[in-house]
Design a protein around this ligand. Structure first.
Ligand code: MOS
Length: 766
């Protein structure tokens, strides 16, 4: 297949970046919105659903190898200090202990930007201090409890605003503000914008730290066979783990295999190379045995990432006719103890609503807590709570319906890059959602006017996100002599249903039923490169590559069909399931017959993702509407209904799209109402690092959820026409709930989570 090199691809951390990607010279014909679909765009149950629910699916946790040992990290129990002395002698005597690694005997491996694999300067409760490997988990526990660490304790800082002060304890010698300065963006003239406004609102919003809390913790199993290393790892980035481990351990890539067939979610907490995987690989090599690491739930909370808190100072202005004239945002959030995730959140202020004059100033600050990591729509979830709250305040001040105000400020183009979108159906989303929830009929015209004590209210919020994906992404298609098909691609399934959409797209192009296609993913030894599952890019990046490989495979099989028909391939045409003589369609060969003709030959093709269109921005859009009931005596908020109306391009599988929405909305509800990391300010340690006191929603909390897809295939974006949905679905939920609470009780809670005490305080009752 002829290839050319293009620049400009999508990177899930950086967005669109200029780099080199191998893309096909010619792409298959895009699936037009009106194309009649047989398999794709249909709501098929997951092809691996039975395996997942029956226990047949093998997760990293299920891997057991002969002579396998168990490893675990000992973590700092103080938030800030230097290790003065570490005594492992007693632990070494525990029967079954195979090795202990600390900063004293470990190789110096650089980590984050300013630290090492084992850093004697510990910067948060949960920082890595030692790694123990033992024959059994019992011996492991015992040994961990017998390591004695003496710290020189240092003053610590937990709050981002505190950490910005010059007098605050410093985590690094260059100070606590990441990069030493804020990120600043300006367009238009912000002062002029406020001067033109008929109404200006200024307010401060705060959000809490929450955790990813994936059902499956971080797990790895490492196994050396001579100089070859195999790693089973629960990760969103199978290839990145392979590349990272290979470069850290200086092993060539062809000797490192990473396998990730099934995983129990990640939500952004499994995007990187984990320290414990490197430690396990080092120790496994040293002791000549496989090593398994299962991260305890407490360590998940302390060390495996979080959505950072935020303080957002917003000032917005509008004219009486609803024209937004100025948006100013100042924000700060804690990045935690190291450069991992960030607390930047200014994109929605810059891009969601049409506004000529915008200024954003954003800070990420180091504090002595677990490092932040990207978490399902990082930044946007925090940002929309504040932005859509203050927009409602402004709408009320100019006497406009909050939904009408949003519709009056739909941005026709990407205002930052000054170019059109490939598609945008935001207005349709607002309208469809409003109809479904009964916005104009059922919303309280006067907030808080219900009788009580159970007061109901409606709220709305918006959403923008990327999810257009891009190259590089590859897939191979193999046709077997019995007419069955295997698709390989290295992407993993974070839990969204990757295998299923890959099978659907291949089956669609090959004219086969879904059960004739099997899919191999998540294995660097078997599969060509597939993208990281982050930034909601998987579907839009990967499926066009699968489609391209399938189209070429179909063409190649035509040679065998022609041989059966006894004519030249040029005289043969294809339609789903069969090849036929173009001049006489009654003479045909089925896909299976053509495949049988191959004998021991095989059709193997590779497809690559094409480039994104020049001069366009690809974004997803949407709106969610919440109906809540607030008990003004207890302060308890109950979510009754969420309507989610979104533009996601083509829904490749409406059933798995629906399940993404349910997950995202439920997670957004937890963010809005119950989830919060509690730190003890006296000692700098987390009080609730467990799923009992850290309150994720349960079945009892789940409201009615209505999902409306207002879009059709976005063929400008890519040949399959899909845009990502894994993250968009959580973005507006908390903001819509907060606005609904205001509509119910007539006072605004400006800090998340909206707990009963905050509601009662807002009502002046506590
Ligand atoms: Mo996502 S936060 O890019 O897994």
């Amino acid at each position: 297949m002829a290839k050319k090199l293009v620049r400009s691809v999508f990177d899930f951390e950086e967005g669109f970046i200029e780099t080199i990607a191998e893309v096909p010279e010619k792409e298959p014909e895009a699936w037009a919105p009106e194309r009649s679909m047989r398999v794709a765009s249909k709501g098929h149950p997951r092809v691996d659903g039975y395996a997942r629910t029956s226990g047949d699916a093998r997760y990293a946790l299920d891997i057991q190898l002969p002579r396998m040992a168990y490893g675990r990290v000992l973590r700092s129990w103080i938030p800030h200090g230097r290790i003065r002395k570490i005594d492992t002698s007693e632990a070494e005597k525990v029967p079954g202990v195979l090795g202990i690694m600390t900063y004293v005997n470990a190789p110096k491996i650089r980590w984050y930007r300013d630290s090492t694999l084992f850093d004697p300067h510990v910067r948060y409760e949960g920082d890595e201090v030692a790694f123990v490997v033992a024959e059994t988990e019992e011996a492991l526990e015992q040994a961990l409890s017998k390591i004695h660490v003496e710290y020189e304790e240092l003053p610590f800082v937990l709050d981002a605003e505190e950490a910005m002060k010059p007098t605050a304890p410093k985590l690094f010698k260059n100070g606590n503000v990441r990069d030493g300065k804020p990120r600043i963006y300006e367009r238009g003239d912000i002062q002029k914008g406020f001067a033109e406004a008929d109404a200006v609102v200024e307010d401060t919003f705060r959000t809490q730290v929450v955790h990813h809390a994936p059902l499956e913790p971080h797990v790895c199993v490492v196994n050396w066979e001579g100089d070859r290393l195999t790693i089973w790892e629960s990760t969103q980035a199978t290839f990145r783990v392979q590349q990272g481990i290979a470069s850290i351990l200086k092993v060539p890539l062809n000797k490192v295999r990473v396998i990730n067939a099934f995983m129990g979610a990640g939500f952004g907490s499994k995007l990187g190379i984990e320290k414990h995987t490197v430690m396990a690989a080092l120790m496994a090599r040293q002791i000549g045995r496989p090593v398994k690491v299962v991260t305890p739930r407490k360590d998940e909370f302390l060390s495996m990432g979080n959505r950072p808190a935020s303080v957002q100072k917003l000032k917005v202005g509008a004219k009486k006719d609803g024209t937004l004239t100025a948006i100013s945002l100042w924000s700060v959030g804690p990045g935690g103890a190291y450069r991992s995730g960030s607390a930047y959140l200014g994109t929605p202020a810059r891009e969601m609503y049409k506004c000529a004059n915008v200024r954003t100033e954003e800070y990420t600050v180091y504090v002595n807590t677990g490092p932040a990591r990207a978490m399902r729509a990082p930044g946007h979830v925090q940002a929309f709570f504040a932005l859509d709250s203050i927009l409602d305040e402004l709408a009320e001040k100019i006497g406009m319906d909050p939904l009408d105000f949003r519709m009056a400020n739909i941005a026709e183009i990407d205002q930052v890059r000054k170019r059109p979108y490939t598609s945008k159906r935001l207005k349709e989303a607002y309208e469809a959602g409003a109809r479904a929830i009964g916005w104009y009929e059922r919303r309280n015209k006067v907030p808080g006017s219900g009788k009580g004590p159970l007061k109901r209210g409606l709220g709305v919020a918006s959403q923008i996100w990327g999810g257009g994906g891009g190259p590089p992404a590859f897939a191979t298609v193999e046709i077997n002599r019995d007419g069955t098909v295997v698709v390989h691609s290295g992407s993993q399934d974070i839990g969204t249903g990757t295998r299923t959409i890959v099978a659907q797209v291949a089956a669609e192009e090959l004219g086969l039923d879904l059960d004739r296609v099997s899919v191999v993913i998540g294995d660097t030894a078997l599969c060509p490169y597939g993208p990281t599952s982050g930034g909601s890019i998987t579907a839009a990046s990967l499926t066009p590559a699968v489609q391209a490989a399938a189209v070429e495979a179909r063409e190649r099989l035509k040679d065998y069909a022609a041989a059966v028909l006894g004519v030249e391939p040029e005289r043969v045409s294809y339609e789903p399931g069969r090849y036929y003589l173009t001049e006489d369609p009654s003479k045909s060969v089925s896909f299976e017959e053509a495949a049988r003709k191959m004998g021991n030959n095989m059709v193997v093709t590779t497809g690559a993702r094409g480039p994104n269109p020049k001069g366009y921005t690809i974004n997803s859009f949407g709106a969610q509407f919440a109906e809540v009931e607030v008990d003004v005596e207890t302060g308890k908020v109950r979510v009754l209904k969420i309507v989610a109306a979104h533009d996601i391009g083509r829904a490749i599988n409406p059933l798995t799209v629906r399940s993404q929405f349910e997950g995202g909305i439920i997670m957004g509800m937890g963010y809005a109402l119950t989830e919060e990391r509690w730190l003890d300010p006296q000692v700098g340690r987390q009080v609730n690092p467990n799923l009992h006191e850290y309150k994720v929603p349960t079945l009892a909390d789940i409201p009615e959820i209505e999902v409306i897809i207002v879009s059709e295939a976005d063929t400008k974006a890519n040949t399959v026409g899909g845009k990502g949905i894994g993250e968009p679905c959580i973005i507006p939920t908390a903001a819509a709930i907060a606005n609904a609470v205001y509509n119910a009780i007539g006072v605004r809670v400006k800090e998340l989570p909206i707990t009963p005490d905050r509601v009662l305080r807002a009502l002046g009752k506590a």
